[in-house]
Design a protein around this ligand. Sequence first.
Ligand code: E4P
Length: 230
Amino acid sequence: MKLFMDTGNIKDMEKLCDIGIIDGVTTNPTLLAKEESDPGDAIRRICELVDGPVSAEVVSDNAREMIAEGRALAQLDDRVVVKVPFSAEGLAATRELASSGIPVNETLVFSAAQALLTVEAGATYVSCFMGRLDDISVTSEDVVAEIVEALGPNREAQVLAASMRNPVHVVTAARLGCEVSTVPYKVLKQMLGHPLTEAGIAKFADDWKSRPEFGEWLHGLVEKSAAAKA
Ligand code: E4P
């Protein structure tokens, strides 16, 4: 499963991009509205930072304007995927954008029935919001499982698990066969950390330091290897 970062915050992105674990980014109007920067500048900068698709969302409620906004957003950068909220108008816009070669991420999908319509309209991604389902006491795991099953193994669209509130959501999405999960900075940090990993690293370092000659040996090995390469 690919991991996207769900953010409009450049600083957070810069902190994690260099690790090489981020395959793409999703933004939305709420995330971009939290930032000081101009949304166009933010989207362009995100496209520079990540080597993968970057979702940017339309905000109109009718197909004609969604199409115009989608085309304009797609011109910001080749990496832009136009995010279209699910609705009859959204599906019409999706059909038009997709048939002109602009990839679409259909967002706010909460059922397998909506996912089937999304695929029919030609979207590249079907975004199901797990956290928001759990918030209203609908088991997100069941809904995502139903979407994955309904779209089948040779599906034309990728199932993108969104609204990740914790690492368990991400693991569940992977177990169910989602192609992508889009994860906020806070949850990515939670996925990185584990007290046993931290304790284990500290113990290895202490044990190694208890034999100073081992440190010298490794240092010499590194120098020899670097000299051989030069
Ligand atoms: C997905 O693309 C959305 O930006 C996002 O996951 C929404 O999540 P939220 O429910 O945490 O706002």
